[in-house]
Design a protein around this ligand. Sequence first.
Ligand code: SF4
Length: 243
Amino acid sequence: MTPDEGLKNIQWEEFLSKSISASSIGEWWFCQALISNEKLFGEIETPETIEGSKLHEEEASKIIEALGPLEEVKVESLFDAMIHSRRNIENALRNREVLANSDDTILFRAICPEIGYVGTPDEVDCSDGRDPIVVELKTTGNRPWKPWTNHEAQIGAYMLGMERLGFHQSYGRLRYRVRDSDAPITEFIVNMDDRLRNLVLSSARSIISILSGSDPEPTRNVNKCRSCKYSQLCQWSLSRSPD
Ligand code: SF4
């Protein structure tokens, strides 16, 4: 399916303000209470998230610089945003390039108007000239032996967004870099199948319901709470220090 004319009537800024993020779809799979806490307390940065963002920005900047001068495009409607993303990816497929997104330069987005989410994948590899392959890079404390479900759901949301732009998606690449380590990057292939679609769709529906006031089902895993940025604020925290 490709962007349709009806999306011209939806202002981009308005859609952005009402949509959920693809990253929240991943967070839901870590712990549903993250959705409530983000709404209540806002985004919280930790040394780990700051370091992860810094590494991503460095890598994205290199990729974007290599593309040469870029044309600035005015995006007014949801249709504009989708066409902008689609054209950039089509060009990258023609030129067999890799595209990346940085804080300052968004070259493509994954957008699902019907579900109401938007996300900015780290990279899309168009070097085979046929299908854009979404690439997501995560920085973790340990080398995982299989992809984490929350990361699979996030990259799945990106892939569904690519499909909505009209691109065939059969798999994405999930890369793990171990924090403060020279260990090589570990890459997993995440296949686009019914399981992945269900991961995305079921969590997106639940997020919309939680944001409308439903109670989340928080994790029962104390280790998740210990490493959680909301551990001292969250009413469901299993690791909060006594007041
Ligand atoms: S502190 Fe625990 S229950 Fe609360 S959001 Fe974090 S992981 Fe979930």
